[in-house]
Design a protein around this ligand. Structure first.
Ligand code: SAM
Ligand code: SF4
Length: 333
């Protein structure tokens, strides 16, 4: 089991498989996209498989594929199939905007993907088009339907909560009543020089979870629905730092993730690798270690050494770090 310098167990690797995306969310990517790198500058599936195989020696057990939009990478199901076969890997999950999921769900299920997170920030079709710039609400909703009908478990919906968007959080919470959906509200993170420049949102736009919960409870009460209660017993296996609640009797849960107002760095269990092969100990810190070159030209010991360094040098927290050079689509949010 790998422990970092502070004794935190690191068993989770998030892999960005592409920087490209079929959406251009205003808080993540500029409208015109980014200067895309050549394929040769990106990790190929062989590089990723090798990295994961060596990472299992350090206790990495769980993998999440992200991006950019991971379903936009060709034959992503082939990568899933390769990763699930690696000894020591317990689960491979994916974070997606959902639009390509109806077409890909069967192949991903057959390949052995177990868990899916789908990003959805608003249930209003007009606002959805404004936020994503290229997306259609109905496509992402169809992606959620596909994830549930193909039996991925759990299916989580990630909603970035921001004051400026005027979202209907109660409507999101009600989505968990009849279906085993796990909604997680995530605080907007004002990071990324190449990312959130598409908004004028600042830290003033962050909605503290306590306020969000009060808003949801008031909305539920207005409709005669009981308030959220702790979902501690019977909540889905969580990999993450969400605090979970449930509408009494509901199939799914409602969670709050507070990277900004209440850091959970003390329980951080992850390292990341970017699509261009940089190992990144912390989402918020620009410290990165070059892995692509080592994966192409180094020995297994060289790769192990760089993984060990990335794990060992995870910062204690991100206090005082307010921005990064890369936006979320480049880091792999
Ligand atoms: N394209 C996929 C998707 O949207 O789910 C995967 C990559 S995307 C970068 C991963 C997650 O990061 C999404 O849930 C997105 O909402 C979130 N994200 C991007 N920029 C963010 C920001 N500035 N603050 C908070 N979350 C952000
Ligand atoms: Fe694409 Fe996901 Fe970023 Fe939106 S949040 S632009 S879907 S990578």
């Amino acid at each position: 089991m790998a422990r970092d310098a502070l004794g935190r167990t690191i068993d989770y690797l998030r892999i960005s498989v592409t920087e490209r995306c079929n959406f251009r969310c205003v808080y993540c990517m500029p409208e015109e996209g980014l200067p895309w790198r050549a394929h040769s500058e990106m990790l190929d599936y062989g590089d990723i498989e090798r990295l994961v195989r060596i990472a299992t020696q350090f206790g990495i057990r769980r993998i999440r594929l992200t991006g950019g939009e991971p379903l936009a990478r060709r034959s992503i199901e082939d990568l899933v199939a390769r990763l699930v076969k690696i000894d020591g890997i317990e689960a491979v999950a994916l974070t997606t905007n959902g639009a390509l999921l109806p077409a890909k769900a069967q192949a991903l299920k057959d390949a052995g993907l177990s868990r899916v997170n789908i990003s959805l920030d608003t249930l209003d079709p007009v606002k959805f088009a404004q936020v994503t710039r290229r997306g259609r609400l109905e496509d992402t909703l169809a992606g959620i339907d596909a994830a549930l009908s193909y039996g991925f478990d759990p299916v989580k919906v990630n909603c970035v909560a921001v004051k400026s968007l005027d979202q209907d959080f109660t409507a999101f919470a009600k989505m968990t009543i009849d279906r085993p959906l796990h909604i997680r509200f995530i605080e907007f993170m004002p990071i990324g020089d190449t990312g959130c420049g598409g908004t004028n949102w600042t830290s003033a736009d962050i909605i503290p979870s306590i306020q969000l919960m009060e808003q949801i409870n008031a909305g539920l009460a207005a409709e005669g629905i009981p308030e959220l209660v702790s979902a501690k017993n019977g909540s889905p296996v969580t990999w993450g730092p969400a605090t979970s609640f449930r509408i009494p009797g509901a199939q799914g849960t409602v969670g709050f993730i507070t990277p900004m107002s209440n850091h959970f760095c003390g329980a951080c269990n992850r390292v990341r690798v970017t699509a261009d092969g940089k190992l990144r100990p912390c989402l918020f810190s620009d410290r990165e270690y070059e892995a692509l070159d080592v994966l192409r030209n180094g020995t297994d010991e060289d790769v192990a050494r760089i993984l060990e360094t990335a794990i060992r040098t995870k910062p204690a927290d991100h206090v005082g770090i307010t921005g990064t050079e890369r936006g979320m689509s480049q880091i792999g949010g």
